[in-house]
Design a protein around this ligand. Sequence first.
Ligand SMILES: Nc1ncnc2c1ncn2[C@@H]1O[C@H](COP(=O)(O)OP(=O)(O)OP(=O)(O)O)[C@@H](O)[C@H]1O
Length: 614
Amino acid sequence: MSKQQKELPVFAPGPGRGFRHGGARGPVSKPKNFSATVKRLWQAFGREKRWLPLVFAIVCADGLLMLSAPYLIGKAIDAMTGIEQSFSFLSIIILALLGSYIADGALTFLQGWLIAGITQRIVTNMRQALFEKLQKLPIAFFDSRTHGELMSRLTNDIDNVSNSISQSTTQLMSGVIAIAGSLVMMLVLSPILTLACLITVPLVFLLTRTIAKRTSVLFKHQQSELGKLNGHIEETISGIQVVKAFNHEEKAIADFAAINDRLCKVGMKAQIWSGFLMPIMNVINNLGFAVVAIVGGILAVKGMITVGVIASFLSYSRQFVRPLNDLANIFNVLQSGVAGAERVFEVLDEREETLDAPDAAVLAQPKGHVVFDRVSFGYRPDQPILQNVSFEAQAGSMTALVGPTGAGKTTIVNLLTRFYDVTEGTIYLDGKDIREYTRDSLRRSFGFVLQDTYLFSGTIKENIMYGKPDATDAEVEAAAKMAHADVFINRLPKGYDTQLTENGGNLSQGQRQLLAIARVILARPALLILDEATSSIDTRTELIIQDALAKVMEGRTSFVIAHRLGTIRDADTIMVVDRGEIVEKGSHDDLLAQKGMYYQLFYNQFKNLYAASS
Ligand SMILES: Nc1ncnc2c1ncn2[C@@H]1O[C@H](COP(=O)(O)OP(=O)(O)OP(=O)(O)O)[C@@H](O)[C@H]1O
């Protein structure tokens, strides 16, 4: 195990923390619980905390150096303009000044180097913990969230945390040191000038607060419009075929233009308001500067202070005001970082798939005898989907699930593989409750060919090997041959080494299904789940596939969800599912003889096919 992985428990969920669905969508705004999240973020610093005293020491040393510079400049001016001009003293001061600027450069670099390392290590661990967590969450978690939202937690939110740690920590430290240090130095140099300098401070505060409030509302609005724009782009691009098929291009463009226009207006307002701050602040600062210079001049004429002191003081007043201006900005960065961390922690606190029982058995060589015993289930507690479903599938048998759309066929197989757990009743596999097996070994016993085949970016070979990573080339080719995928693979210029784009975008849907079948053949699972496996393959290929599947299914318990009833005539048992219940069960001939729902479905399809072909 790597060092990083060992450090992951830092992010382990705390007791009693929960996440309400849909609670934290949209642009990052204010954190819901600032102090609790900061505390947790502090824990997430883990072993990196040991570097913080060093960073603090460097920031302090740098701050002191910067405080010494104006003092030295003042002394240098006095050395030049004083009654007793001392060139040797001047050269010592100039050398000291030079040394302090070089040391400042070195310390700033060191500080940046340390903080970059600390930040990157923290967010790398966080990202890793978040990704690992996503792998452990139940499917139900993903049902209620968009991909975009989860992606945003792994990217934007983590970025915000990273910016916040790297920018605000050192800026806050150095800002506080600069403000406190220059105030002390100003008081030491001249309390009267200090008073003159402080006149502008309330004005600066008031202005920063007012403008920051206004811009924060506008920026939030801008973020939300940007989110809508991104959503519209994502939807239009992924659904481009539907957009074109329904001639909705004009509408898509008009909708885009409307959002784009709103974004432009709010963006302009936000920029203008935030642009106000700097010039106004400069005016106020320069006014303050002028007040200090005038009062300083009067004091100098009266012989109460030297010109050097005025020069030092003016530099300190700049050092005092600058971080004051920055504080509002730092606070915003900090707030969005904490809000980002909060959203990351929310996912980390999500309830994982229930752990395997301590005495859970490993399903080593399953025979494939399946029993559903009075199983009920609902995706949501208030919406029961399956009610009292009972059936038995003998080892090695083929069970077909048919019925109208939304009847609950997929739900039945989802329960069998424990993508969801039953609400009531029990599912047995080889005589044992499936919850008594380790989840890993249970899922390894199943092979899937689903309606929507998912292929990962990688080569064709890697995709076929997904279920058996140690397969040899010969095994991969044999599986592809059995699935009749070898014909099209061999026609590709790079054959098995052809690189697939995201989700096999460069293959036809039929070809993608052939690869999925090859994948299952290679993995040789004891049980098979085929969901409309042959729906997008032409009639000729379908016959070939039927043949291949028949071979794969031989000796394996298989569950086939099919809408085209012609493909499941040979099933040992056909179950008709309607509104979450099994309403008919038997062989094809039995069910036809019953003249019930299956009979209706079968003859309706037959009639439609006949009508379509004549
Ligand atoms: N993840 C989910 N969250 C909430 N409800 C769901 C979820 N998946 C399915 N449902 C609901 O459960 C019911 C059964 O769906 P299921 O997918 O099992 O039907 P099906 O018979 O396989 O349909 P089809 O033939 O169209 O694939 C439907 O009413 C559906 O809306």
